[in-house]
Write a protein that binds this ligand. Structure first.
Ligand code: PLP
Length: 380
């Protein structure tokens, strides 16, 4: 079988009976919109994350937008985001008339650090959005301390790290997305907990915020046809909720399986010149949404083209940092302030990883890369 970045079909085949039954149940009971499956999934998702409140919505981008709306940020307020992330993080901010302020990231963990954030704080700063990139948590302890000191909100973009666990220096642990004021999640099909369409959710420990999020996601109404806030229409639909309810109990084993693949890759590549295996955070577990190599001594695009020829798909997350994206350059004050993001954009290469990878495929990918690196004569 063909090697894929993400294999959604094999996972479906192993859960097919339950998923098909769950979907037809929603259709037969016509629980399409805000039905019992949605409520039930919200409760189960909150319980899985040991969070008091979960609010579901239509996708991970809406989740971010709803978070900023619920926190009542005003046009002109500054929100610090990484320059190396998916565009959605900054998009929701810009759409609301808030000002995204980009901060450079750590060269090994690819994420914001308290130090990089601190340089960007001004009197207008209202919030920070750490993105738990590729499956592990940003350095939340220091980020939360910094946020507290400056009275800033923390919104965790957890689209890529559902299920990751962060351990604080006092030994306590928390799930990704439950440490700041609000955590946002995406259930896009290729995310670690993916539905069969679009889906999203938010977690918060704050009862008042949870209530506002719920109201905002439903046209600003608590009681039907009585609108107390200007909201949006952002719903998780019943069929997607039913699918997510089947998959959630398997999430930890999906993550374990991804970790097995990652360990295989680590062992195959750890001693090679020219590439670096992904660094593991000391404080966070890793759910390996992506397994991302850094090509430090060879040309990334040549390796990528070679793998493509050998039937191995790869992806570059992300080829252009946000501060260099056409739609966002006008937000940038100092365009020379992002050397790490720019370098990463030319070095990163994500390999196929998912919950159904076979030993055969992993061995093949490893041998092709190892062979290529031993052949490569001219180092750049
Ligand atoms: C996928 C993703 C989103 C957006 O989620 P959607 O459900 O596609 O809207 C936001 N932030 C990050 C970091 C993501 O990876």
């Amino acid at each position: 079988m063909k090697i894929q970045m993400v294999d959604l079909q094999s996972q479906y085949q192993t859960l097919k009976k339950e998923i098909d039954a769950a979907i037809s149940n929603v259709i037969e009971t016509a629980g399409f919109i805000n039905g019992p499956e949605v409520d039930q999934f919200a409760r189960e998702f909150a319980a899985y994350n040991q969070a008091p409140h979960a609010v579901t919505c239509a996708n991970g981008t809406d989740a971010l937008q709803l978070a900023f709306m619920a926190l009542e940020l005003k046009p002109g307020d500054e929100v610090i985001v990484p320059s190396f992330t998916y565009v959605a993080t900054a998009e929701a901010i810009a759409l609301l008339g808030l000002t995204p302020v980009f901060a450079d990231v750590d060269p090994d963990l690819f994420m914001l650090t308290a130090a990089s954030i601190e340089k960007k704080i001004t009197p207008k700063t209202k919030a920070i959005v750490p993105v738990h990139l590729f499956g592990q948590c940003a350095e939340m302890e220091n980020i939360l301390l910094l946020a507290q000191a400056h009275n800033l909100y923390v919104i965790e973009d957890t689209a890529q790290a559902v299920g990751a666990v962060y351990t604080f220096s006092d030994g306590t642990s928390k799930k990704a997305g439950t440490m700041g004021h609000i955590g946002t999640f995406s259930f896009f099909p290729s995310k670690n907990l993916g539905c069969y369409g679009d889906g999203g959710a938010l977690l918060t420990n704050d009862t008042r915020l949870a209530e506002r999020l719920q109201i905002l996601a439903n046209h600003g109404q608590r009681t039907r046809y009585y609108h107390e806030l200007i909201g949006i229409n952002s719903r998780l639909d019943g069929i997607q909720a039913a699918i997510l309810r089947v998959k959630l109990p398997h999430l930890n084993s999906f993550c374990a399986s991804r970790n097995k693949s990652a360990s295989f890759y680590d062992a195959a590549f750890c001693n090679l010149d020219g590439i670096c295996i992904p660094k593991r955070s000391e404080r966070s577990s890793h759910v390996f949404h992506q397994y991302t190599l850094k090509c430090t001594g060879i040309n990334r695009d040549n390796l990528r083209a070679h793998l493509q020829k050998k039937g191995i798909p790869t992806m570059v997350y992300y080829p252009l940092p946000i501060h260099q994206q056409k739609a966002y350059t006008h937000f940038v004050q100092d365009s020379t302030g992002y050397p790490v993001s720019e370098q990463l954009s030319s070095q990163v290469l994500s390999l196929p990883i998912h919950s159904e990878q076979t030993e055969d495929h992993l061995s093949y990918i490893a041998s092709v890369i190892r062979e290529y690196l031993h052949q490569e004569v001219v180092l750049v």
